[in-house]
Design a protein around this ligand. Sequence first.
Ligand code: PML
Ligand code: MG
Length: 293
Amino acid sequence: MKRPSCQPLAAEWLTRGGLNDNFAAMNEPLSSLRMRAERDGKHISGAERLVPFEQLQDVTIEMVQRALRHTRGQAEQINISVEPIDKADLQFGRLPDLHNNTVQSWQQGRELAAGMLASYGVAQQAVDQAMESLASGAASNGQSMRGAMLIDADSGERLESDPDRGVRVSRMDLSSAAREQLQVQLAAQGLANDHVVEALILAAKVVSAPTLIAELCWSDDPDYLAGYVASSAGGYQRINVLKPFGEERGGRAFFIRCSKDQLGALVNWLERQPFLIERIGRVHPPRQWKDEA
Ligand code: PML
Ligand code: MG
């Protein structure tokens, strides 16, 4: 199948042209369920699911509970949105393989991440821009952004239209069967937690966009030090430490190579395209960085 130049439709080529056994058996309506929580105007947490009607109540309760006992503080304001999904609009995808890189310090972690990004063709100035913005708080008030930065992979220019909000990747999830399989694989490596599952799901959608070269992420939760570099070629390269303990500044940078008039279509796809992941990738055992050197 011919690959369109700047159309984020890779999920179609990665899958079976929209055919889906799991989904075909699932006749009940599917909803996009989204949560966003704040305290003192500061983003605390967010979550995204695609859920069948019968699970809507339970998953909503879980999301609210999570916002109320978050390590970034107890949420004061919680926004929940429920929206019907037209199943004819669904695109289907696969999780990237997870590579579990371990480093001794956050400085080593950032060096490793920068080297990976360079190897995927991201220019040094774009890597520097992303790292500096994530480290110093990418929003204009010096806090973390709710969504992701869009960074030109060559010039390092920031391209998101609202630099406080950024781009919030939305309307994606795992099928129930894939979620169960993933939990088994992650548990075998001691990685079965919400951070890993949700980051893998988000990265799966992100790396499916052809004009998106790579993603860099580290957590904004003060007690969660891990992050990753994701790309279609390299998969999900988890790095166990990318920031010091207690640091609340983190977030995501998407490195893109896309003309400005195609930017709207890319953002719209990331934020609005329903994307269901039915197949998981491999979960590799940990490897110590520089061991192989
Ligand atoms: C977050 O949940 O704040 C982002 C976490 C990214 C790393 C997830 C992992 O692989 O541990
Ligand atoms: Mg967080």
